[in-house]
Design a protein around this ligand. Structure first.
Ligand code: GLN
Length: 235
C-alpha cells in the first residue's frame, strides 16, 4: 500500500523526505523495500508543510506518479519547514484515483496520511463530510471530527483506530498526523519506522541505510514533540 513519511525538528526541505535520501519516497514509489501490499505507488502523491505566512499547512497533491511531475523537484527544494509530511499512493481496489483521495488530507491546521485500507462502513458513523469516496478520506474525516471536538491528538487517534479496528478486524490503519508543532503516528497492520537524530523522522520504511532506524511495534501510538517520543500500546 502507500508509503508515507513525516519530519518534526529543525527546518528542512520537503526534498529531505522525497529525493535526497537514497530510499526516499521518490524511490519508494517504484522500488519500495518493505511493501507488503501492492508493488508500486503510482496513483498519486502529496506533500504538506507549514510556513510562517499562514496558520494552515500548505499542500500540493497530484493524481499522477511522483516521478512524472517535472515541477516537483524545485518545489520540494524550496518548500522548507520544521514540520513536513509526504506520501505516495497505491490506490486500494475500487477507490477513486483523484487529488481529493490523495494524502495528506487536511482540516484547519491538521495534516493526515493513511497507509492501509478500511471498510468505509466501519468509520461511517464517525466521519463527517469526507473530501472523497476514498476510505482514507473517511478515516481522516473521523479523526478530524474528534480533533474539532477538542480531543487531544493521541486520544482522537486511539478512539478512532480502536473503533474502526473493532468494526473491521481486517483493517490496516497506519496513520501519520501533525498539527505543525507535534507529530503522531499509528502502527496498525503495516510497517512503521522512526529515526531520532536532531528531530523525529517517521516513515513506512527507512529512507536510507543510516544506523538508528527503529521499527515501531504494531498496534501502538507514537507521540512526538520537540521534547521526545512516547510509544504506547493501543487496546
Ligand atoms: N486505501 C487508501 C487508498 O486507496 C490507502 C492505500 C494505501 O495505503 N496504499 O488510497
Amino acid at each position: 500500500m502507500c508509503r508515507h513519511a513525516a519530519w518534526l525538528g529543525p527546518v528542512r526541505p520537503v526534498s529531505s523526505l522525497v529525493s535526497e535520501p537514497e530510499h526516499g519516497l521518490l524511490r519508494q514509489s517504484y522500488a519500495p523495500r518493505m511493501q507488503r501490499y501492492g508493488a508500486v505507488n503510482a496513483d498519486g502523491f502529496g506533500i504538506g508543510w507549514y510556513d510562517g505566512a499562514r496558520e494552515e499547512p500548505v499542500r500540493y497533491r497530484r493524481a499522477i506518479p511522483i516521478w512524472a511531475d517535472a515541477n516537483l523537484p524545485a518545489l520540494a527544494e524550496v518548500a522548507r519547514s520544521a514540520c513536513l509530511m509526504a506520501a505516495v499512493r497505491s490506490a486500494t481496489v475500487g477507490m477513486p484515483i483523484e487529488e481529493t483521495a490523495t494524502a495528506p488530507f487536511a482540516d484547519g491546521r491538521w495534516l493526515l496520511s493513511h497507509n492501509g485500507r478500511v471498510r468505509r462502513e466501519a468509520v461511517r458513523e464517525m466521519a463527517s463530510d469526507p473530501q472523497s469516496l476514498c476510505d482514507s478520506a473517511w478515516l481522516a474525516s473521523a479523526v478530524f471530527a474528534r480533533l474539532r471536538a477538542g480531543d487531544p491528538l493521541g486520544e482522537a487517534l486511539t478512539s478512532v483506530v480502536g473503533r474502526a479496528g473493532k468494526e473491521d478486524p481486517e483493517a490496516r490503519l497506519n496513520l501519520l498526523v501533525t498539527g505543525g508543532d507535534r507529530l503522531a503516528a499509528v502502527a496498525w497492520g503495516d510497517t512503521l519506522f522512526t529515526h531520532l537524530a536532531e528531530g523525529v523522522l517517521v516513515a513506512s520504511e527507512p529512507l536510507d541505510d543510516r544506523p538508528g532506524w527503529q521499527a515501531v511495534p504494531d498496534r501502538t501510538l507514537l507521540l512526538a514533540s520537540p521534547d521526545g517520543v512516547l510509544v504506547t500500546p493501543i487496546d
